[in-house]
Ligand binder design. Structure first.
Ligand code: ADP
Length: 340
């Protein structure tokens, strides 16, 4: 498909070049042949005048009109030269067009490949809970002696799978969501955003005996409240998930030129140096997280976080040491101070 699109694009480049060169060639041909005929005539008159005895007198020697066949031959040669130049131009455009079409289409090809990979990864992730739920229900239906407690257990297990699918579909929607930047950009209290995000991860923090220390700040950031809360929920959730029980996660913030730099630091399991370049990729889960069955997730959190940060022209980086902990460093545009 990529190759045929490239050929089609090249074809259109060539057509455009051929039309333009054709148009100018007609103009040039008409102009050059007219100039040639005119010069020939003028030269003839000039020679006749030079040979006449006195100015004003009719010339004694009359020079014949040039041979029409010779003139036609000259016209043909002019046409031949113009067509040769045209052919060279079209050949250069075809070659350059082919190369250019390849360059133009390469990012589109990459996006399409990424999209295909994304769809196949998403389907693969959905298939696991779907298959599990289906098998359980089928086995339950076939069991003639299924009693009420067993049926309840089956329903509970299916409900778990459904919840897991719901989380995945919410994540997928969040990744697909394109924020209407103009409409949703607001100046927001950083403190409020952090507090609301903290509230959402409270149940998980409670289960693990962890806590998050939120700074008392007056700073404001620019963006959409819902999306920014989602961003911090992802980072807090990960910090709790990938830390041992009873740890404190620290959030600090500092104002720089036009930005607020926010750091979320945990003293958890850390990330291997070899895995660091991939953690923002969709569906990527580090080996340790994949192997731990009690750490839930689809490997979509950080790719959503990155998307949100980039929506607001910010940046996100990570510093981590395996076994020591991780710090996510966010740089978000500062919001104007609210006037009362
Ligand atoms: P998920 O948490 O669902 O696996 P994410 O996209 O949120 O997916 O994170 C990708 C991977 O990055 C995780 O699987 C985990 O290995 C690693 N990771 C993210 N945050 C942390 C953290 N705070 N500490 C250690 N590892 C982390």
């Amino acid at each position: 498909m990529f190759h045929s699109a490239r050929i089609k694009l090249t074809f259109w480049y060539v057509i455009i070049a051929a039309v333009i060169t054709g148009f100018f060639s007609v103009l040039i041909y008409n102009f050059v042949t007219a100039e040639f005929d005119h010069e020939l005539n003028r030269e003839r008159i000039r020679i006749e005048r030079a040979l006449s005895p006195r100015p004003g007198n009719p010339p004694r020697i009359i020079i014949r009109q040039p041979d029409p066949e010779l003139v036609a031959q000259m016209h043909k040669r002019i046409l031949f030269h113009i067509l040769t130049v045209d052919a060279i131009i079209v050949a250069i455009v075809a070659l350059a067009g082919y190369l250019l079409a390849g360059r133009t289409l390469r990012p589109i090809k990459r996006i399409m490949e990424e999209q295909d990979r994304f769809i196949s990864d998403a389907s693969h992730e959905l298939r696991t809970p779907l298959t599990a739920a289906r098998t359980e229900i089928e086995v339950g239906l076939r069991d003639k002696q299924l009693n009420l407690p067993e049926a309840k257990e089956l329903l509970e297990s299916s409900l778990e799978e459904i919840k897991s699918m719901q989380i995945l579909s919410d994540n997928l929607l969040s990744l697909a969501q394109e924020d209407d930047m103009g409409a949703s950009m607001q100046s927001l209290s950083l403190s409020e955003i952090l507090t609301k995000a903290n509230k959402q991860v409270k149940p998980l923090a409670k289960r693990k005996g962890s806590s998050i220390s939120i700074p008392n700040t007056e700073h404001r950031i620019k963006g959409n409240a819902e999306r920014l809360i989602e961003l911090f929920v992802i980072l807090f959730d990960n910090a709790i998930k990938y830390s041992p029980e009873g740890k404190t996660i620290t959030v600090t913030e500092k104002r720089t030129d036009g930005h607020v730099v926010i750091k979320v630091t945990d003293s958890g399991i850390g990330i291997r140096a070899s895995e660091m370049p991939h953690i923002f990729d969709r569906f990527y889960r580090a080996e340790k997280s994949r192997n731990k069955t009690n750490v839930s997730g689809y490997g979509l959190g950080l790719s959503i976080a990155k998307k949100i940060v980039e929506e607001y022209k910010g940046t996100i980086h990570v510093k981590s040491k395996e076994g020591e902990g991780t710090t996510f460093i966010l740089k978000l545009p500062v919001g104007e101070k609210k006037t009362a």
